[in-house]
Design a protein around this ligand. Structure first.
Ligand code: SAH
Length: 228
């Protein structure tokens, strides 16, 4: 029962509801001290490289953006709540400027004066690689799990178009019994993550497999990266 995703599949949280969460200070997802897994897996994200472009989907006011910028990387985030983005800059005493994004009606971009943190205030679905470019790394925490279940495929397909070759995507999900809480965060089972990110599967079914008594046979490709 713990892995039945049925109870959450039609759940929708609107943009207005997210804005209201920020207005009401209903932001228990925000980690005041940053995320413990970020420090631990930072090397997997960076692979010893400098001057990377790192993307933060559904960024909120995540501290890790400041940390990466301080290490000399460029950070791009996207978030529907203008309040969240302004709090990010003020809480870190970072001067910033604000401009319109000509390609996206109604969207603004908040950029640190130093230039290495650019946060788009709009829905992620309005971004594309022609607007924000491609990224060497992604920190997806509270993002895939915050996306409405029916939008997951669209979200992941977009994320894939924003990835540079040889980039790293750190994904943090949550695990709990989805019959007991409606989310967000939503429970995304591992099997769905595999299908969303399109692990290569080839139909290799033949008479041989039929003789084995099978009715399907697939070859599955995994890319295992050793980063240690
Ligand atoms: N990643 C952040 C925030 C997680 S909560 C963290 O780890 O703290 C999810 C955030 O996504 C909220 O701040 C919400 O306002 C924002 N959000 C929800 N839907 C969005 C969308 N379609 N586009 C951009 N931001 C969105």
């Amino acid at each position: 029962a713990g892995s039945d995703v049925e109870p959450q599949k039609d759940r929708v949280v609107t943009e207005e509801e997210w804005l209201r969460k920020w207005e009401m200070g209903n932001t228990g997802f925000h980690k005041e001290q940053g995320h413990p897994l970020f420090q631990k897996y930072l090397d997997a994200l960076l692979n010893g490289r400098n001057g990377l472009r790192i993307f933060f989907p559904l960024c909120g006011k995540a501290l890790e953006m400041k940390w990466l910028a301080d290490m000399g990387h460029s950070v791009v985030g996207v978030e529907v709540s203008e309040q969240a983005l302004k709090e990010f800059f003020t809480e870190h005493s970072l001067p910033y400027c604000e401009e319109l994004v000509p390609e996206i009606p109604g969207a603004k971009m908040f950029q640190s004066t130093s230039g290495n943190i650019s946060l788009y205030c709009c829905s992620i679905y309005h971004l594309s690689s022609s607007i924000v470019g491609k990224f060497d790394g992604v920190w997806d925490r509270g993002a895939l799990v915050a996306v409405n279940p029916s939008d997951r495929q669209r979200y992941v397909s977009l994320m894939i178009t924003l990835m540079e070759k040889n980039s790293s995507y750190l994904l943090v999900t949550v695990s709990y019994d989805p019959s007991k809480h409606k989310g967000p965060p939503f429970y995304v089972p591992e099997s769905e993550i595999k299908s969303l990110f399109g692990l290569e599967k080839l139909d290799d079914f033949s008479d041989r497999h039929r003789q084995w008594g099978l009715d399907y046979f697939l070859e599955v490709l995994y890319i295992l990266k050793f980063v240690a």
